[in-house]
Design a protein around this ligand. Structure first.
Ligand code: ZN
Length: 319
C-alpha cells in the first residue's frame, strides 16, 4: 500500500470524526433548548390562574379523599371492635355454660359414687349378716350336739331347742288325721295344722315296710289285674321283716310298742311306729337310724306325737 493511500484513509477518518462531533454538539444544543423550553412552559403554566385553580381543586379533592378514607377506616375499626366485643361476650357466656355443665357432671358423678358406695356398704352388711348367721347356726348346732351328748350319755336334761312342737299352720285348726296317726295324705301342704314334737318316745319311719301286696292293691285302683296273695305268705314275709328289724331297733333300748301300718294309702303304707321306754332312747335311735339305708330305701325318721295307740290302730292301720 502507497503512502498516499494511507494518508487519504487517515484524512477520511479524521473528517468522519469531525462530522460525528459536530452532529453530537448540535444534538446536545437542541436537547438543552427543549429543556429550557419545557421549564419555561412549566413556569408559565404554574403561574396561570387556571392551573392554580386546578391545583387548588386537586388539593381539596385529595384532602376530601383522605377524610373519607379515615372515616371508612374508623368505621371498619368500630365494626371490628363491636364484633370482637360480641365474640368476647359469647365466649364468656360459653365459659359460664361450660362451668355449669362441668359442675353438673361432677355432681352427677358424686351421686353415682355415693350410690355405689351405699350399695357396697349394703352388700357388705348383708354378707356380714349372712356370715354371722351362719356362724351362729354352726354354734347352735355344736351346742345342740353337745347338749344331746349330755342328754343321751350322761343323763342330762332335754336340750331347750328340742322342747318345742313344730307347727305347719299355727293359726289353722288341728288336722285330725295327722293328730291320730302322725301322717296325712296332703303332707306339709295340708291346709290344717300339723303339730310335730322335736322329741318324743315314739319314732315314725314312713313307708319302711313294703310288700308287693300293698303295692299291688294300689295299682288295682288304676285297673290292672290284682294278684291274690295267700295270707300265710304275707304273714311269713312280715315275720321275716319283724325279726330282722326288731333286734336292730332294740339295740338302743327297751321297746314298749312296735306297729307296722298295712294300710294301702300312700301316706300310711308300711309306716313303722316304734315306742321306746323314754325319749332319751328314742333320740339315741333317731341319731343312728336317720338317713340309714335298709332294703334299698333310705330311712327318713320322724318323732311322732301320737296320743293313743288305740285310736291310731283302730282307725287307719288295718283297713
Ligand atoms: Zn293334714
Amino acid at each position: 500500500m502507497g503512502k498516499h493511500t494511507e494518508w487519504r484513509k487517515l484524512a477520511k477518518k479524521a473528517r468522519r470524526k469531525r462530522i460525528r462531533q459536530k452532529l453530537a454538539q448540535e444534538r446536545c444544543n437542541i436537547e438543552e433548548e427543549v429543556v429550557r423550553y419545557f421549564i419555561l412552559e412549566q413556569r408559565l403554566r404554574e403561574n396561570s390562574p387556571s392551573y392554580l385553580l386546578w391545583a387548588e381543586e386537586q388539593r381539596l379533592l385529595e384532602e376530601h379523599q383522605q377524610v373519607e378514607e379515615d372515616r371508612i377506616a374508623k368505621e371498619a375499626h368500630l365494626r371490628w371492635v363491636e364484633v370482637e366485643q360480641k365474640a368476647q361476650e359469647e365466649w364468656q357466656i360459653l365459659q359460664v355454660k361450660l362451668k355449669l355443665i362441668r359442675e353438673e357432671c361432677a355432681r352427677h358423678q358424686a351421686l353415682i359414687k355415693a350410690e355405689w358406695e351405699r350399695e357396697q356398704r349394703k352388700l357388705k352388711e348383708v354378707e356380714e349378716k349372712k356370715l354371722k348367721e351362719e356362724e351362729e347356726k354352726l354354734k347352735q348346732q355344736l351346742l345342740l350336739k353337745e347338749q344331746l351328748e349330755d342328754f343321751i350319755e350322761r343323763g342330762g336334761h332335754i336340750p331347750k331347742q328340742l322342747q318345742k312342737v313344730l307347727e305347719t299352720n299355727p293359726n289353722k285348726p288341728i288336722c285330725p288325721f295327722f293328730k291320730k296317726v302322725g301322717a296325712c295324705r296332703f303332707g306339709d301342704a295340708c291346709s290344717r295344722n300339723h303339730q310335730r314334737p322335736c322329741i318324743s318316745r315314739i319314732l315314725l319311719i314312713p313307708n319302711f315296710y313294703s310288700h308287693i301286696s300293698l303295692d299291688q292293691s294300689m295299682e288295682s285302683e288304676y285297673g290292672s289285674d290284682s294278684l291274690e296273695f295267700e295270707s300265710h305268705e304275707r304273714y311269713s314275709h312280715f315275720k321275716e321283716f319283724f325279726y330282722d328289724v326288731l333286734p336292730e331297733l332294740e339295740k338302743f333300748g327297751n321297746i314298749k310298742q312296735f306297729e307296722v301300718c298295712c294300710n294301702e294309702e300312700a301316706h300310711l303304707r308300711g309306716n313303722v311306729y316304734v315306742e321306746y321306754s323314754s325319749s332319751r332312747v328314742a333320740m339315741k335311735a333317731y341319731r343312728i337310724l336317720q338317713g340309714r339305708w335298709y332294703g334299698g330305701k333310705q330311712l327318713n325318721v320322724e318323732f311322732c306325737g301320737l296320743e293313743s295307740w288305740k285310736n291310731a290302730i283302730c282307725g287307719e292301720f288295718h283297713k
